[in-house]
Design a binder for this molecule. Structure first.
Ligand code: RAT
Ligand code: ZN
Length: 444
């Protein structure tokens, strides 16, 4: 191995090692661009879910991130907007956000990146060409193409057992495209128990609003049945900024007596997505949710009291990110993931990812796409890769200044962990390894 002096630092050569800062940068960029992702949280659906599997220009533009921006860029009222039919809504969003103003926001730039990647006119004054293009695509081929362009190998869906359209697909027993994995979402049960009760009853479970022993055992039976049907990689729930535990609420009772025991029994992680203030502006409907700073110590306590359960955790408030890193340093059954929703912007991903490298090394999951429309994978992962490449390069450069160079194969190992390995190991996706808090066990 030759040792060279670079900017006052030494660098390793040989076995493909990065020999100087420029080569290190090139290696990071190449590995970052080539590594396939397991997208740990999306709202995408496998083709078997039919109408729920969204793609194309009208869906792309009807994204709730863009709907919220429309009301800032025009005098259109939410009431008037919701009365329009879908193509008219889409035309309006295109006109106001892309024609009459420069599409600078993350969500608008995303649409531009998708159109440009697909070779479509990004400066068009109407959507004729784009609509024709998407109409001409064959669904299965297009899915292949998008996954290849985004370099995504696996997609984790968000699956609601109380959604009637979705439930019908699961109950049909149809074989789901193996690249799509389920995540059993508990929002309706944990955040709206009184509305969930009639729906669970309609599925044959004897539950009641006043939670008693029978309701708990029936909820566990419900979860067991849906776990058998969906084979989820984890159970998940989004939670408000004022989420507390323990407390005298149906949510806390159901968590303690039904959800956590189910996680233990099935060796399934629980994903906590904390900090959303639902419907702060109800007129905006799906675009009307906001954010609030949450109490990270609640998640830490859950980890401390349930050492046999693994938790995935993401917080919506930027202000919670440092505390999440500290909590993860204390609890090996806590895996921070993603820069969620309002945090999925270049400046904030950069800050959070750098903080995580500094405090957690490579033991976290830097991002998920949260894509709702297939095509969004193209821009969300392109944008993410660029930011994470910068953060990773700077970390390696710092390491180099401290006297240790990284080899190409170390970069490959690190990026593979960040983009897929850490998650797959956490949830046992490859079934060869599963993380047990504090230890890694090889499965037989
Ligand atoms: O980012 C989003 O699309 C949000 O609307 C939510 O779906 C959020 O990600 C969630 O999973 O609740
Ligand atoms: Zn989501």
């Amino acid at each position: 191995m030759t040792i060279k002096q670079i900017d006052g630092a030494t660098s390793r050569d040989g076995d493909g090692g990065a020999r100087d800062a420029r080569e290190l940068r090139r290696d990071v960029d190449e590995v970052m661009a080539a590594t396939f992702v397991t997208d740990v949280h999306t709202h995408l659906y496998a083709p078997q879910f039919g109408e729920l599997a969204l793609r194309g220009i009208d869906e792309l533009l009807n994204y709730h991130y863009l709907i919220a921006e429309l009301f800032r860029a025009s005098s259109v009222t939410p009431e008037a907007f919701w009365q329009l039919n879908r193509p008219a809504q889409t035309d309006l969003i295109w006109q106001k956000l892309f024609v009459e103003q420069t599409p600078l926001s993350e969500a608008t730039r995303g649409v531009i990146a998708v159109l440009s990647t697909l070779g479509l006119d990004t400066g068009a004054t109407d959507l004729r060409e784009a609509r024709e293009y998407f109409r001409a695509q064959h669904a299965a081929d297009y899915l292949e193409q998008v996954l290849k362009l985004a370099r995504v190998s696996d997609i984790v869906m968000t699956n609601d057992p109380l959604d009637e359209i979705e439930a019908r697909v699961w109950e049909s027993g149809v074989e789901i495209d193996a690249r799509f994995h389920a995540a059993l979402r508990l929002d309706r049960i944990l955040n709206g128990w009184s509305d969930a009760v009639p729906k669970m009853s309609a599925q044959g479970y004897q539950v009641q609003v006043e939670i008693d022993e029978r309701t708990i055992s029936e909820t566990r039976r419900f979860l067991n049945d849906w776990i058998a049907r969906m084979k989820p990689l984890y159970l998940g729930v989004s939670l408000p900024d004022d989420f507390a535990y323990p407390e005298e609420t149906p949510r806390a009772r159901l968590l303690r007596d039904a959800v956590l025991p189910t996680c233990r029994e099935h060796d399934l992680s629980l994903a906590l997505m904390i900090g959303v203030k639902r419907r702060v502006n109800p007129a905006l409907r799906v675009a009307g949710d906001g954010v609030g700073r949450a109490d990270v110590s609640v998640a830490a306590r859950l980890c401390a009291e349930n050492t046999g359960v693994r938790f995935l955790a993401t917080f919506l408030s930027r202000e919670n990110q440092h505390e999440l890193c500290v909590a993860a340093r204390k609890f090996s059954n806590l895996m921070p993931f993603g820069c969620w929703w309002f945090l999925n912007n270049t400046s904030i991903i950069s800050e959070i990812t750098r903080e995580r490298f500094e405090m957690l090394g490579t033991s976290f999951i830097p991002q998920h796409s949260d894509a709702r429309v297939l095509d969004q994978l193209i821009y969300k992962w392109a944008h993410t890769r660029l930011v994470i490449a910068d953060a990773l390069y700077d970390s390696y450069a710092g390491l180099l200044r401290d006297g240790r160079a990284v080899t190409r194969s170390e970069i490959e190992r690190d990026v593979a962990k960040l983009f897929s390995g850490n998650f797959r190991q956490w949830v046992g996706l490859d079934e060869t390894q599963k993380v047990v808090p504090g230890v890694i066990v090889q499965m037989a």
